[in-house]
Design a protein around this ligand. Structure first.
Ligand code: F3S
Ligand code: F3S
Length: 123
């Protein structure tokens, strides 16, 4: 079961997770052209080896350890993590579309600062 990045990453994109991932499965990296265009980062579900290194690295607790443990309000973003492929313009646009619909559907969460958003997921 892969790890999943959720909405505290929106507006944060800290990238500390990228630096600790041993298999380079989190994208877009800062050195990839899509970094400036995407709203958040994504974990490739087929490449993630479930090592757990990314979770404590994230300063805003955006990463959950499986789709099952991902809170109900964040479930749509599982698909955004899944479809994203660096270098595939169609996949990048599809992931971004999912994120934008999540943003539109959750003004309550978006009104919370990213540092406090994970705590709000449980409410
Ligand atoms: Fe990478 Fe391990 Fe996270 S493989 S995405 S650092 S769980
Ligand atoms: Fe996002 Fe946290 Fe990584 S903010 S880029 S999931 S370190």
């Amino acid at each position: 079961m892969p790890f999943v990045i959720t909405d505290p990453c929106i507006g944060t994109k800290d990238s500390a997770c990228v630096d600790v991932c041993p298999v380079d499965c989190i994208h877009p990296r800062k050195d990839e052209p899509e970094f400036a265009q995407t709203t958040m980062l994504y974990i490739h579900p087929d490449e993630c080896i479930d090592c757990g290194a990314c979770v404590p690295a994230c300063p805003v607790a955006a990463i959950y350890d499986s789709p099952d443990s991902t809170p109900a309000s964040q479930k749509t973003l599982i698909e955004a993590n899944s479809v994203y492929r660096a270098g595939d313009a169609g996949a990048v646009a599809q992931a971004e579309e999912i994120v934008q619909s999540h943003v539109a559907a959750h003004p309550d969460l978006m009104a919370v600062p990213p540092t406090e958003r994970a705590a709000a997921h449980a409410k």
